[in-house]
Design a protein around this ligand. Structure first.
Ligand SMILES: [Zn+2]
Length: 97
């Protein structure tokens, strides 16, 4: 199932703005993206890949594994992040971002 991102508001927006991220995937609640980045298709694809990862593995297992990978490899080299970057790159058709 493909989830349509929603604009980040309130505490989620505050979290994104203070951490420097533009979007976050929070299954089962949704994908939240800073309002001024909602049209950035590569970012949307990246977050949708995370959603599919959670569907594929099961939410709890994905969340625990994601946190473990972050501790083990760091954010950039987290295998879930690598997959999401590659997914966005492979599915993105455009040139603006
Ligand atoms: Zn990511």
């Amino acid at each position: 199932m493909t989830v349509t991102p929603r604009p980040a508001r309130h505490v989620v927006r505050f979290f994104l703005e203070t951490t420097g991220y533009s979007g976050i995937c929070l299954p089962p609640f949704g994908i939240f993206i800073l309002p001024d980045r909602l049209m950035q298709r590569s970012l949307v694809l990246h977050e949708q890949c995370h959603w599919h990862q959670a569907e594929r593995m099961g939410l709890l297992r994905w969340a625990i594994t994601y946190l473990w990978y972050n501790l083990r490899y760091g954010y950039y080299d987290n295998p879930f992040e690598i997959e999401a970057r590659e997914f966005a790159r492979n599915h993105y058709r455009g040139s603006s971002d």
